[in-house]
Write a protein of this length. Sequence first.
Length: 214
Amino acid sequence: MNVRRCGKASLASLAFGLVLAGCASGPQLERNRQVLAAFNQPKVVAPAPDLAARPRSYETHLARALYLLRKEDRTDFDLHLARVGFETAARLSRDYWPAWFYAGIVHDMLGDYEQSMNAFVEAASIADHAALWNAAALAALRGGYEQLAYSLHRRALSAREAGDDAVSSYMTAAYAADAGASRAQTVVPPLSGARREDEEFICRALEDEDDDDD
């Protein structure tokens, strides 16, 4: 394997951009856009949705989780509650991928990169969009699963919906280095506004591009 150092992009900011740009599709297009845009809206001041009124409604669990995620004085405990809400919404709905997407975001914010990867894989398995597979790959890299990340990125290349987004571009750059002498230490240019200078991760790529082993 060859090791390459890559600037760590913020998965949260990148993933919200990629979904709003090209991944909010399907029969619930407008609903998806509203839900995915909610994170960037002004912080909430309205009361939290009442789960007791509709305990089996995935939309109620989703709305409450979004409320917790967008609180002005949000704590880590709020993030944990939001994560539970998004995962509950995903399981109740069975095929509402934005709930899994948000679960992946919250896991990433909590530093739970393996769980973040799993949540993005759940979303990608439903929507089969390259952007979501690449989000899973980036989470895998941050969790130290370098070969799995490479496999997820290759899965993105065969997705039903191609990704023309920041995360897909970032992952393509990470794995598109020439096979020459410069390959061992390839610096991937940071994405504008999506990188903290003190954060990096190590990513690995297989030398044999035809090797499908994880």
